[in-house]
Write a protein that binds this ligand. Structure first.
Ligand SMILES: [Zn+2]
Length: 307
């Protein structure tokens, strides 16, 4: 798995290599069966989604190599949140979830689990648009990078006390992280922890918005390094001219994946946002996928701007 991931990363960094790959080869090297880029075939293979994730049961401990073996749906001990060792839930798709999030009054535990699952489906190169996917259609190379990044970039979801007057729904910060091996040696993880904090998230949960899934998707893109604007410019999004804002890759992908996959709401995603999404990492971007996207950009759903 590790070797395959490195092979794909090399392909992404080297456009010439990516061009030489057929879809099937790319998928195989990415550790996915068949031609994961073939959306129609995937739809026939996967059938309907399996429904809601079961609510997590505290206490089922993850195996020691949970991150490497990509085993979630279990609990780990972490000092990330309070500084003291405490239990946190590992979502089946790799996000570590603060137990405070599972007790949060602003959303139910199943809302949160479904939101994480929905965010993952939007990213996955193997989930078709008909199954709730997005990047499998618009940019499967980026999608593959993102689903790997959830496991590999230590994405920890936090639900700290928040200021109801805070204008931000959520943000992404970093923490140093350490692991202790079997012999008791402590090693500092090179990348640290990406802390995705839900703050005044109620602002972003209104009707017509992108919901918890949109918040997690957006902050995970930051954590995966997808930004093309400086943090300062990104966080002043409401001050930007619209022709500038629509080129912001993180907001663009969120708009495309949450509005652009729905024919009834496609006009909410601008054609330049679609282009920003299909072009990232793609040597030969599929610009034709952006036909039918909006050419004006005036009405943002309430709560779309989130930091
Ligand atoms: Zn942001």
């Amino acid at each position: 798995m590790r070797t395959r991931a490195i092979v794909l990363a090399a392909a992404l960094l080297c456009p010439a290599a990516a061009r030489a790959e057929s879809g099937g080869q790319l998928c195989q090297e990415a550790g996915l069966s068949g031609d994961c880029l073939d959306v129609k075939r995937k739809l026939a293979q996967t059938g309907r989604p399996s429904g809601k994730e079961p609510a997590p049961e505290p206490g089922a401990a993850c195996p020691q190599d949970w991150r490497k073996s990509r085993r979630g749906g279990c609990w780990i001990e972490t000092k990330t949140y309070s500084g003291n060792a405490e239990q946190a839930f590992v979502h089946p798709k790799g996000w570590v979830v603060d137990q405070r999030c599972l007790r949060d009054k602003r959303f139910s535990r199943s809302d949160l689990m479904n939101g994480l699952d929905k965010a993952w489906r939007k990213m996955s190169p193997a989930v078709s648009v008909g199954q709730g996917g997005c990047l499998s259609h618009f940019n499967p190379w980026w999608g593959k990078e993102l689903v790997d990044a959830v496991w590999e970039k230590n994405m920890h979801l936090a639900c700290p006390e928040f200021d109801p007057g805070d204008s931000s729904c959520a943000d992404r910060g970093t923490r140093d992280a350490y692991v202790v091996d079997d012999k008791g040696f402590t090693t500092r993880l090179a990348d640290g922890i990406n802390l995705l904090s839900l703050r005044n998230v109620g602002r972003c949960l209104g009707p017509g918005g992108t919901g918890l899934a949109g918040v997690v998707f957006h902050e995970s893109l930051h954590a995966a390094g997808a930004d093309n604007f400086s943090t300062q410019k990104h966080n002043k999004a409401w001050d930007l001219e619209q022709y500038v804002f629509v080129r912001n890759r993180v907001y663009a992908a969120e708009a495309v994946c949450f509005f652009g996959t729905d024919p009834g709401r496609r006009q909410l995603a601008n054609i330049l946002q679609c282009r920003a999404t299909v072009e990232y990492h793609a040597d030969d971007p599929r610009q034709h996928l952006c036909e039918g996207f909006g050419t004006s950009f005036t009405d943002l759903p309430a709560g779309f701007i989130k930091h």
